[in-house]
Design a protein around this ligand. Structure first.
Ligand SMILES: Nc1ncnc2c1ncn2[C@@H]1O[C@H](COP(=O)(O)OP(=O)(O)OP(=O)(O)O)[C@@H](O)[C@H]1O
Length: 321
């Protein structure tokens, strides 16, 4: 067949086969713990619309420890509030640990927030009740859930505070602790009901870099020892470079992703950290090119695409020059 010969029209049997293949394909995010599918959140203030999330896709697998980064106003906190069950998206789909975040009634939402997710906020004061000790703060979510015996609650509180290196704060109130100790106790509170997911919005934002590292180590401990999936929003480069996966959000969409893995040189045995940056291809096939790439080649409005055997070429529009 020459390139100009039109392809034969598909038969009914072909179409049926294609439809069956499509139906049998697993749903988007079927094996993920967190699935955000074309998530949209529009805020309207005084008649002015702000599209904080503009069709954001994100999949997080069970057991991951990942960071979300992005410029101010890119939509990170909006996403975290939705995942925390505090806000509802305008459109799209979001599922976390089997809960459909768009279809939850108020009772189920409450159960979701008490049992499925834990959160740690930037403001240390927002995470703990000031008139309770660390141990009482950790016991409170278990009490609200109302299932655990008193001694079991106390035992779990002590275990969590010890695991996170703040056993000495057991009987102290928040104002008797440093900012870093308060954040570690806050992580213990968030873990009290054994959530599948721990969400943290700029948890090291109010702390110096050394204390920030200790807080990040506490998240890593939760991830490694309890298997909790951790999603951290951060501006902190150290945190972002220490996780295996960093996803960047730009204009309300996931734009790029950095994956890191340890590589051991076969001959020298030396270990090094290898990182690779990926662009995100959304479900509609849209690709967001990094601004520094497009600007350096003067790409605007229109680009040339060519399919090669094992890659796609994107070149500036030569008519433009
Ligand atoms: N409740 C709200 N009402 C109106 N607009 C909002 C509201 N919350 C967020 N926005 C807008 O949505 C956009 C995304 O905000 P968001 O707080 O999610 O960004 P962010 O990436 O977390 O920024 P930062 O790093 O500064 O915290 C911004 O333009 C913001 O002004």
């Amino acid at each position: 067949m020459t390139p100009d010969t039109p392809a034969p029209a598909p038969t009914l049997a072909d179409l049926e086969q294609r439809a069956t293949a499509h139906r049998d394909r697993p749903a988007y995010g079927h094996d993920a713990l967190i699935t955000c599918d074309r998530l949209v959140r529009v805020f309207t203030t005084d008649g002015v619309e702000v599209q904080a999330l503009q069709g954001l896709d994100l999949l997080v697998r069970n057991g991951e420890l990942m960071a979300l980064v992005g410029a101010s106003g890119s939509g990170k906190s909006t996403l975290m509030n939705i995942l925390a069950g505090l806000d509802e998206p305008t459109a799209g789909a979001a599922k976390v640990a089997g809960y459909d975040l768009l279809a939850m009634g108020s009772k189920e939402r409450l159960r979701y927030r008490r049992e499925a997710v834990g959160f740690v906020w930037q403001q240390t004061a927002r995470n703990l009740l000031p008139y309770l000790t660390a141990a009482q703060n950790v016991a409170l979510p278990m009490q609200l859930r109302g299932r655990t015996r008193r001694s079991a609650k106390a035992e779990r509180a002590t275990q969590l505070l010890t695991m996170l290196g703040v056993a000495d704060c057991h009987d102290r109130r928040p104002q008797q602790m440093s900012g870093g100790q308060q954040q570690r106790v806050a992580i213990a509170v968030a873990l009290a009901n054994e959530p599948k997911v721990l969400l943290a919005d700029e948890p090291t934002g109010e702390l110096d870099s050394h204390t920030g590292e200790q807080i990040f180590a506490a998240f890593r401990t939760a991830n490694e020892e309890l298997g909790t999936t951790v999603v951290i929003v951060t501006h902190d480069q150290t945190v972002a470079s220490e996780v295996r996966r960093t996803v960047a959000i730009r204009d309300g969409r996931t734009s790029t992703e950095v994956l890191r893995h340890r590589h051991v040189d076969e001959t020298t045995g030396q270990e090094s950290l290898v990182s690779r940056e990926y662009a995100m291809l959304d479900r509609a096939g849209r690709l967001q090119l990094p601004a520094e790439y497009t600007e350096s080649l003067g790409m605007r409005d229109r680009v040339l695409l060519e399919l090669e055997e094992d890659h796609i070429q994107i070149r500036p529009d030569d008519q433009d020059r």
